[in-house]
Design a protein around this ligand. Structure first.
Ligand code: ARG
Length: 474
C-alpha cells in the first residue's frame, strides 16, 4: 500500500480476532538487572504498573480479542512479560528456557498452563525466550538471537514447528529481544529498527520485507516497536510519533499506551502479551520464496562467521541499493564450483556486493566450469567471485582457474576465490600461493570477512571508471 498524501486516505485495514495470554503484574518489581533498562536502585510504583497493564488488557478485550490469564507467581517479578513464556505457532507450543536463573522458574509455569489449556507443548532444549525472540509472520517465524535466545534454538524451533525460521542477529543491548526491535503488523508487513541488527540481518530484512515500516532511533528508544497488531489496530508504547505517523499513513489505527513503569524492567506492550497463534496465515509470496531458499544452518553459520569483519559495513547502513552505474560499480559474476551445492553464501555475497553499488549476476550453486566460462565470455564482468564452502575449493579452484585462463579473452579477467577452501597446511599459505600461481588474483580464506573483497571490488571499479578518461588524454 502506498502512503497517503494530502487528500488520499489509505484504505482501512482489517482486524482478525486474536487470542492472548497475559499475566497480571501482581509481583512486578525491579530487583535485579538483566537488561540495560533495569536499575534495581530505582523504586517502581506497583500500582501504576498494574494500571498500565490493565489498560493493555482492557483494550484487547474491547477490540474483541480473547484474553486468558496465567496466575502470577511470587518471587518472579518479570513474569508479567508473558511473551517470553513460550513460542506458540499453529496451535503448538514450545515453552521457554530462560537465559537467566532469575526467570527460569517461569518456564514450567507457562508450560503447565499451555498443556492444561489444550496445547501440545514441551520445553525447549536450548536457551529460548519465547515470543520475545520468535515472532510469527504468516507461516514463517522470524527469530532473534545475540543476547538471550541461543542460535541453536532457531534450528530446534524450525524442526519443532516444521516451518521456515529466519535467523536474525541483534547487536544493540538496549534491544535485547527481537520484539524490542521488530514487530509484525500483519502476515505480510513488519516494522523494525534496522540499526538493532547486524548488517547481514539488515540486508536479509530488506530483501524479505522491502515495504517494511522503518523506525527511527527515537521511536525505538520509546520502545515503539514493542507493539501488538491485530492487522488493523496497533497498540504501542506512547511517544513513537514518527512511527505512528507512518502507520496511520498506511491505514493502521494506532493506539498509544503509557508503559513507563513496565519499561523500568525493559518491557512494553508486546512483552506483556503472548499471542496464542492458531493456524498460521501466509506470508507474501516473495518473502516466502526467499525464506525457503535460505537454509537456516547456512544463514546462521555465515552470519556468525561474518560478524566481526563486517563491522565496517555496519558504519554505512544502506536502506536503498545504489544504482550500480551511477555509483560507478562493477558487474560482478558470483558463482560456486561444480561440486558445491551451498547457496546462502552466494545470496549473502550478492546482497553485500549490491549494497556496495555493484551489479551482481549470481550463477548459483553447482556451476559447471563451462557455464562460468561462457557466462564470463558473454557478460564481460569486471570481476568474478568464486565462493565455495564444501571444503573442496582448492581442487575445484585449481581446475577451474586453469580452464578460465586458457581462454584468451578471459586471461586478464579479475577472478577471486573464497570460502572454506579445505587448503592443507597449518596456515593455508601453501594452498593460497598455489591458487594464486594458478591464476586467481586473490584468495580469501574462511574468516577473512567481506572488507578485503569489498576493497578489491572498489579498486577495480575506480580503475575502470578512470580508464576512458586515460584513453581521451592519450
Ligand atoms: N526484565 C525482563 C527481561 O529482561 C523484560 C522482558 C521483556 N520481554 C520481552 N518480550 N521483550 O527478561
Amino acid at each position: 500500500m502506498k502512503p497517503s498524501s494530502g487528500a488520499g486516505r489509505p484504505a482501512a485495514r482489517s482486524a482478525t480476532p486474536r487470542h492472548y495470554l497475559m499475566c497480571p503484574p501482581a509481583h512486578f518489581d525491579v530487583v535485579y538487572s538483566i537488561n540495560p533498562w533495569m536499575d534495581p536502585g530505582k523504586p517502581v510504583d506497583p500500582r501504576l504498573a498494574m494500571l498500565q497493564w490493565q489498560r493493555i488488557h482492557d483494550l484487547f478485550t474491547e477490540l474483541g480479542h480473547t484474553v486468558d490469564l496465567i496466575e502470577p507467581l511470587p518471587g518472579l517479578p518479570d513474569m508479567v512479560f508473558a511473551a517470553n513464556g513460550a513460542t506458540v505457532h499453529g496451535g503448538r507450543a514450545l515453552a521457554a528456557r530462560f537465559r537467566y536463573e532469575e526467570r527460569s522458574a517461569e518456564a514450567p509455569a507457562y508450560l503447565s498452563w499451555l498443556t492444561a489449556n489444550g496445547f501440545e507443548a514441551q520445553q525447549a532444549a536450548w536457551t529460548n525466550e519465547g515470543q520475545g525472540d520468535f515472532l510469527t509472520a504468516g507461516d514463517l517465524l522470524l527469530a532473534g538471537s545475540g543476547f538471550r535466545t541461543d542460535r541453536r534454538a532457531h534450528a530446534e524451533t524450525e524442526e519443532y514447528f516444521g516451518c521456515p525460521v529466519i535467523s536474525l542477529t541483534l547487536v544493540n543491548g538496549s534491544y535485547y529481544h527481537l520484539d524490542t526491535a521488530l514487530a509484525i503488523l500483519d502476515e505480510q508487513t513488519i516494522m523494525y529498527y534496522p540499526e538493532a541488527f547486524t548488517p547481514a540481518s539488515q540486508a536479509l530484512l530488506r530483501r524479505l520485507y522491502p515495504d517494511a515500516v522503518l523506525a527511527t532511533a527515537r521511536d525505538a528508544a520509546c520502545f515503539g516497536l514493542n507493539a501488538v497488531s491485530d492487522g488493523r489496530h496497533v497498540l504501542l508504547p506512547a511517544g513513537a510519533t514518527e512511527l505512528t505517523t507512518q502507520l496511520r499513513d498506511r491505514g493502521y489505527e494506532t493506539i498509544d499506551l503509557e508503559v513507563s513503569e513496565l519499561l523500568r524492567a525493559g518491557g512494553g506492550v508486546k512483552c506483556c502479551t503472548l499471542e496464542l497463534h492458531g493456524s498460521p496465515g501466509v506470508a507474501s509470496e516473495t518473502t516466502r520464496e526467499l525464506a525457503l531458499a535460505l537454509p537456516l544452518q547456512e544463514m546462521i553459520s555465515l552470519d556468525e562467521a561474518a560478524l566481526p569483519p563486517h563491522q565496517e559495513v555496519a558504519a554505512a547502513p544502506a536502506r536503498e541499493l545504489p544504482d550500480p552505474v551511477a555509483s560507478g560499480g562493477l558487474t560482478i559474476v558470483v558463482t560456486s564450483v561444480a561440486s558445491d551445492s551451498h547457496t546462502w553464501n552466494l545470496v549473502y555475497l550478492q546482497l553485500a556486493l549490491e549494497e556496495l553499488g555493484h551489479q551482481v549476476v549470481n550463477l548459483g550453486a553447482c556451476v559447471p566450469d563451462e557455464l562460468l566460462i561462457s557466462e564470463c565470455q558473454r557478460l564481460r564482468p569486471g570481476l568474478a567471485v568464486v565462493s565455495t564452502v564444501n571444503g573442496h575449493g582448492f581442487h575445484d579452484g585449481m581446475r577451474l582457474i586453469s580452464r578460465v585462463r586458457a581462454c584468451p579473452e578471459l586471461a586478464s579477467l579479475p577472478v577471486v576465490i573464497g570460502g572454506k577452501l579445505g587448503i592443507a597446511g597449518p596456515s593455508g599459505r601453501a594452498g593460497r600461493d598455489q591458487l594464486r600461481a594458478a591464476g586467481f588474483d586473490a584468495v580469501f580464506e574462511e574468516g577473512t570477512g567481506m572488507s578485503a573483497l569489498a576493497a578489491l571490488a572498489g579498486q577495480l571499479a575506480a580503475a575502470l571508471s578512470a580508464e576512458p578518461a586515460a584513453e581521451v588524454t592519450a
